[in-house]
Design a protein around this ligand. Structure first.
Ligand code: IPM
Ligand code: MG
Length: 364
């Protein structure tokens, strides 16, 4: 089959890790007989440097032309000035919003081989396997008013955590559907003891739950959830939450997997279901990591696992997705590690080498 892929590598380690995923993509193409038309576009700091915009019109067009977007990372310290008019992150936020990618799936899986190498007790985290469903186009990130102004008493700023019931309903529904395809437990995470938007969130979650009597719904406050992720991570199956809560909790949860470099994500324009294709953008949850960029030491696994999600959700290639995931497992089992997940007695690999090892494992 033929597929169209938009490659948006972005900044920092983005180009390095995406290059590894593209190698894997091409290898999967040869193995399974698919043709991928891969075209690159500018986004983030790289796009600001060349065009003045963090998301040039041409890049948006390219994304719309594609079946799926493979994304790296955005962010560059040279745009860190709080007075800057345009920032690399604006490009990512704009593409999520313009392509209506409201459902961000972030699976958190602890590989047996890595359970000994984290800061946690292996017994606590072994067999952890849960899925975050983060709302991605609303909440604090986009709510209005959002501004900064001068008053006679000094400077003020406001961000708004705003949600409509429709926005809540579609993401909660995505959570229920995904829970149904797993262990049928959904944890809805909010701050309903304080926030009005969370009280609406909880109410809508209860209403939607009537359509899913087979799924167990529990509500959890976000602060409790942050603690539970560390204490009893195996208790979770699917979690659904608003944009900012999801951003924070998934960085925290990535530590269970040993490194942010292990966590993939899919940002989807719909609710995944078997044998359907949904447009999506696939990105590691980590950022551009400017301090290690260009050193060939970044972990490409999060991006390669994001490619597996791309196969599964946007191209309906379940077998290919599994093959990529198995190749990653195999390489980890053989003891190969990038420096972020290295343990004693393991074989150290750079970014490129890790990409090559996974390509090789895919071919076996
Ligand atoms: C993420 C990132 C982004 C976010 C940044 C880069 C804008 O942290 O995808 O988790 O906050 O959503
Ligand atoms: Mg984040």
């Amino acid at each position: 089959m033929k597929f169209k892929i938009a490659q948006l590598s972005g900044d920092g380690i983005g180009p390095e890790v995406v290059a590894q995923a593209v190698k894997v993509l091409k290898a999967a193409g040869s193995k399974f007989g698919h043709e991928f038309d891969i075209r690159s576009g500018l986004i983030g700091g790289a796009a600001i440097d060349r065009t003045g915009s963090a998301l040039p019109e041409e890049t948006l067009k390219l994304a719309r032309w594609s079946d799926a977007v493979l994304f790296g990372a955005v962010g560059d310290p040279k745009f860190d000035d709080p007075r800057a008019k345009v920032r690399p992150e604006d490009g990512l936020l704009a593409i999520r919003k313009k392509l209506k990618l409201f459902a961000n799936l972030r699976p958190v899986k602890v590989y047996d081989e890595l359970a000994d190498g984290t800061v946690f007790k292996p017994d606590v985290i072994k067999n952890t396997d849960f899925l975050f469903v983060r709302e991605l186009t609303g909440g604090l990130y986009f709510g209005k008013p959002k501004k900064r102004w001068e008053t006679s008493a000094g400077r003020k700023a406001v961000d708004s955590m705003a949600y409509s019931e429709q926005e809540i309903e579609r993401i909660v529904r995505a959570g229920f559907e995904l829970a149904r395809s797993r262990k049928s437990k959904l944890t809805s995470v909010d701050k309903a003891n304080v926030l009005e938007s969370s009280r609406l969130w909880r109410q809508v979650a209860i209403e939607v739950s009537k359509d899913y009597p087979d799924v167990l719904l529990e509500h959890m406050l976000v602060d409790t959830c942050a603690m539970r992720i560390m204490l009893t991570p195996r208790d979770f199956d699917v979690l659904v939450t608003e944009n900012t809560f999801g951003d924070i909790l998934t960085d925290e949860a990535s530590m269970l997997a040993g490194s942010m470099g292990m966590l993939p994500s899919a940002s989807l324009a719909g609710v995944p279901a078997k044998n359907t294709k949904i447009f999506g953008l696939y990105e590691p949850i980590h950022g551009s990591a400017p301090t290690i960029a260009g050193k060939d030491i970044a972990n490409p696994i999060a991006t390669i696992l994001s490619l597996a999600m791309l196969f599964r959700y946007s191209l309906n290639l379940a077998e290919e997705a599994l093959a990529v995931e198995n190749a990653v497992s195999k390489v980890l089992k053989a003891g190969h590690r990038t420096c972020d997940i290295i343990g004693s007695g393991k074989k150290s690999a750079g970014t490129n080498e890790m990409g090559d090892l996974i390509v090789k494992a895919l071919g076996e």
